[in-house]
Design a protein around this ligand. Structure first.
Ligand SMILES: Nc1ncnc2c1ncn2[C@@H]1O[C@H](COP(=O)(O)OP(=O)(O)OP(=O)(O)O)[C@@H](O)[C@H]1O
Ligand SMILES: [Zn+2]
Ligand SMILES: [Zn+2]
Length: 843
């Protein structure tokens, strides 16, 4: 193939399409679909990905530029991921480059560097002659020219910065040399992280010869003799560092051996292993319970067909979903295929990793955001180079570059963190399903509280692309019962004169556990509440000067920060509005709970887990370990304590306020409350000790709370679906959120209105427009424009339209089309329209 289509890394509207480049002769055998290349674009060299290969077209190749460099010998992306990126760009209305970039580790997001080299055809002397006529030069200048050209000739291409720091005074001369074509500027893409290599000592002669050499050493060369003997015994390349530290010799000793030709010292590539030095206890498959066995059999039947299949595994908390994941992975590997496991970022703890490493050892790579760039790159390379067969990670693990995928597992599939909030705004569940289709692989979505979207798809079997088969487990693997749940009406507590944040029942429950030496989990549901600074005299709330949002109070540093733009200011001691000293800092609230606990139960040991105590790297893990080692009675925290934890001795779970999230303007509020309560309740009594749960609430009659207290997922779903249907919300329609932003409010409002009018007109023409309430097969409705829930961020005003649609229509394409018309009508690069398909965050 002689030409390549390349998606270039130039983030602007006009460049969201492939560009054609010639493939130089020397690269023909190397360039493939998925190759990363450096190509000339305008006056720059930019990074790009080859998305297809073609024969040379018959005409007009004169204008085509050649690919300048090939960045990796093996393409970082296999062809199926290239195809997936194009699918994503359509589905989520994002640039194809943005999708491609999301698939590779940041280490490979190279940056162009400028180099200077001597032009091949240039001959300084000839140039000089003709030049002399044009530009008068002094002798000194001439000498400088010779010095500089000589230096570059000797050293090969020299970085621009290096040249300018070496000859700071000669900028004019260098520029003139470049202008005259004696020197030329080239650009190269440099990766941010390089492969790591270590100096390694390797025997350079055969074993027999080495024996002989050893005999011949004189007593003086005792050190060298030791080194050779060591290498011979180890019979394995040792790093120079190891040799030096084990034998207490200097590098000189080893170098002397190299000079004599007995050993070689080479740079050998090594993988950085973030789990190095950590021992994982090997585990073997547990005999499955009857319920587990039934589920396992269904899934393996699917796996064996080597065709696409999806399963929604709805298993109550503690039902042993992880063991099913492990055994299906094992089956998948035995079929010679690979597996991806996704878990929410917050659950990607060492304990979670250990469960997989314990079973599959070094066949597992771990991808997550807390690894350093280099570690992440190395884990990723193990996958790309086929050195591992299992990848475990958060959302982005769905892009693990396996070439023969057999299984994709998504644990806690209802978690909103599977949706990426910045571009590409993809949902990992949809991407997983698409990839499974590409590979003929099986998808398992597991949860004790599946999302309504997935559950509805499984029930109705309507969505043909997806249609998971529902598998259910109703009992816990270890035979324990689901805990007994008490709902406590906090209004009664207040009426009876109890002003504490603990109800009498919860108080008694805690006291009893302390006596018996059992552990407790306390949840403070603060979703939707930020931690703000308020004046109790006048009601002033500190807010960001640029973002129309209250500032978040950080207790540790005693300052206030803007969540959106990073603006920070010290917390005021007196009110800037009225001068009152009654300023209150509403911290996460967990601190107040902690104080109250200490007052009520002297000596109680509490581990507090919230944003303030978990910012440091590894702190989250450390706190959980302390709790596991029973160094505390209570684990107190926000949402982070609700998920996936398996502590045998936890017998009490308390929810301080269940309803704080119920009144948020989010149609998923009830669903999220139900999920959170069910998940946190599931932390109690998981092993042999029975568990008890106390839910304190001011709206104890709400159906999400009632059903959660009965562990009744199906009745919750039935009731929730009724509401969704009545109000036309997912899963009965799809949503597209379009946000308009600019510094000038009137422009934003006008453009949002134009968009809405135009979209409605176009939809009407296509016969789509009509209320969703009428049960037409295809329908589209535009709500708004209205100001966004956060009306200003970084000094930009924001308005939004919500599009609801149903049926077999390409509403995303139409939205994109109208959005781009509106954008073109503005002529202002600052004006932005962002499109979020299937939004999760509505506020
Ligand atoms: N077949 C089995 N035999 C014995 N123990 C088992 C078996 N399967 C699972 N377990 C144990 O049961 C406990 C709960 O399992 P697991 O943590 O996988 O539940 P889960 O379904 O993921 O729950 P959650 O949704 O609450 O996270 C664990 O301690 C696990 O080791
Ligand atoms: Zn005030
Ligand atoms: Zn701000």
């Amino acid at each position: 193939m002689e030409m390549a289509r390349v998606i270039v890394d130039v983030p602007s509207k006009g460049t969201n399409r492939p560009f054609d480049y010639l493939i130089p002769e020397s690269m023909r055998d190397w360039i493939e679909v998925g190759s990363r290349v450096g190509v000339p674009f305008g006056h720059r060299t930019v990074q790009g990905f080859v998305v297809s290969l073609h024969d040379k077209p018959e005409m007009d190749i004169s204008k085509m530029k050649p690919i300048q460099e090939l960045l990796d010998l093996v393409p970082p992306l296999p062809p199926d991921l290239v195809e997936l990126a194009s699918w994503m760009s359509e589905k989520y209305a994002c640039h194809e480059m943005t999708a491609l970039q999301a698939m590779i580790p940041s280490a490979l997001k190279g940056k162009a560097e400028r180099y200077v080299s001597v032009s091949e055809e240039s001959d300084l002397d000839e140039e000089e002659e003709s030049d002399l006529l044009l530009i008068p030069k002094t002798r000194e200048e001439e000498q400088w020219e010779r010095i500089i050209v000589g230096f570059i000739r000797q050293n090969g291409p020299v970085r621009m910065e290096q040249l300018s720091s070496r000859y700071p005074e000669q900028a004019g001369i260098i520029k003139s040399l470049i202008r005259r074509g004696v020197l030329q500027e080239t650009q190269n893409i440099r990766d941010k992280v390089q492969k790591k290599t270590l100096k390694t000592v390797i025997l350079n002669v055969s074993e027999n010869e080495t024996e002989q050499v050893l005999q011949s050493f004189s007593a003086k060369a005792r050190r060298q003799k030791e080194v050779l003997q060591f290498l011979l015994e180890m019979n394995f390349p040792m790093t120079l560092k190891e040799v030096m530290s084990v034998l207490q010799v200097t590098a000189g000793t080893v170098k002397a051996l190299e000079e004599k030709g007995y050993v070689k010292i080479e740079e050998v590539e090594v993988f950085r292993d973030p789990y190095k030095g950590r021992k994982f206890k090997p585990t073997s498959p547990l005999p499955l319970t009857k319920e587990q066995q039934t589920v396992f059999d269904s899934i393996t039947r699917g796996l064996n067909t080597l065709n696409y299949g999806a399963y929604l595994l709805h298993g109550v908390t503690g039902s042993g979903k992880t063991e099913i994941y492990l055994q299906t992975i094992e089956r998948c590997l035995s079929l010679g295929r690979q597996a991806i496991v996704m878990v929410p970022e917050i659950s990607l703890t060492p304990q979670m990793v250990e469960r997989f490493k314990g079973r599959f050892g070094s066949r597992v790579a771990v991808l997550h955001s807390r690894l350093s760039g280099g570690e992440r790159y190395d884990e990723w390379r193990k996958i790309r180079e086929g050195k591992v067969q299992v990848a475990i990670g958060a959302r982005s693990a769905v892009f693990a570059p396996f070439t023969n995928l057999g299984l994709i597992i998504m644990d806690e599939e209802h978690e909103t963190s599977y949706k990426q909030e910045e571009s590409p705004k993809y949902h990992a569940r949809d991407v997983a399903i698409k990839r499974a289709h590409q590979h003929g692989a099986v998808v398992i979505l597991g949860s004790a509280t599946p999302s309504l979207e997935s559950y509805y798809a499984a029930r109705s079997q309507s969505n043909s692309e997806f249609a998971p088969i529902l598998l259910e487990m109703h009992s816990r693997a270890l035979g324990s019962n689901l805990p007994e749940v008490h709902i406590i009406d906090m209004r009664n507590e207040l009426r009876d004169g109890n002003r504490s944040m603990f109800s009498r029942k919860l108080h008694q429950g805690i006291a009893a556990r302390l006596e018996r030496g059992e552990q407790m989990v306390l949840l403070l549901n603060r979703r939707g509440y930020s931690t703000f600074v308020m004046c109790r005299t006048c009601g002033y709330v500190a807010s960001c000067p640029e973002c129309d949002i209250s500032l978040t109070y950080h207790q540790k540093s005693n300052n206030m920060r803007c969540h959106y733009c990073g603006y920070a200011a010290p917390a005021p001691a007196i009110c800037p509005d009225c001068g009152s000293e009654h300023i209150r800092y509403f911290g996460t609230g967990t601190q107040r709970v902690e104080e109250e606990l200490a007052k009520l139960f002297p000596g109680i040991r509490v581990i507090r887990m919230d944003v303030d105590t978990t910012t440091e790297k590894g702190s989250h893990e450390r706190l959980l370990n302390q709790f596991r080692e029973k160094k505390a009675d209570v684990l107190l925290g926000t949402q982070m304590v609700a998920k996936g934890l398996d502590f045998p001795d936890v017998t009490l779970v308390g929810v301080i306020t269940a309803d704080s999230a119920l009144n948020l303007p989010d149609f998923r509020a009830a669903e999220k409350t139900f999920q959170l309560l069910t998940q946190v309740a599931g932390r109690a009594g998981r092993h042999h000790l029975p568990g008890e749960v106390f839910i304190q609430s001011y709206t104890p009659d709400h159906y999400s709370i009632i059903h959660a207290s009965r562990h009744d997922y199906s009745n919750f779903v039935r009731e929730e679906l009724k509401h969704r249907m009545a109000l036309s919300y997912p899963p009965y329609c799809r949503l597209i959120l379009v946000t308009f932003s600019h510094e000038k409010l009137p422009l934003v409002v006008r453009m949002a209105e134009n968009f809405s009018t135009e979209l409605q007109a176009k939809a009407r023409k296509l016969g789509w427009y009509g209320g969703l309430d009428r049960l037409t097969s295809a329908a589209l409705e535009v709500l708004g424009p209205v100001a966004s829930p956060i009306p200003r961020i970084k000094n930009r005003y924001r308005f939004q339209c919500m599009i609801k649609c149903r049926g077999d229509i390409d509403a995303v394409e139409l939205t994109k089309q109208v959005a781009s018309e509106i954008e073109n009508s503005v002529h202002d690069a600052h004006f932005q329209i962002s499109i979020d398909v299937d939004p999760q965050m509505l506020m």
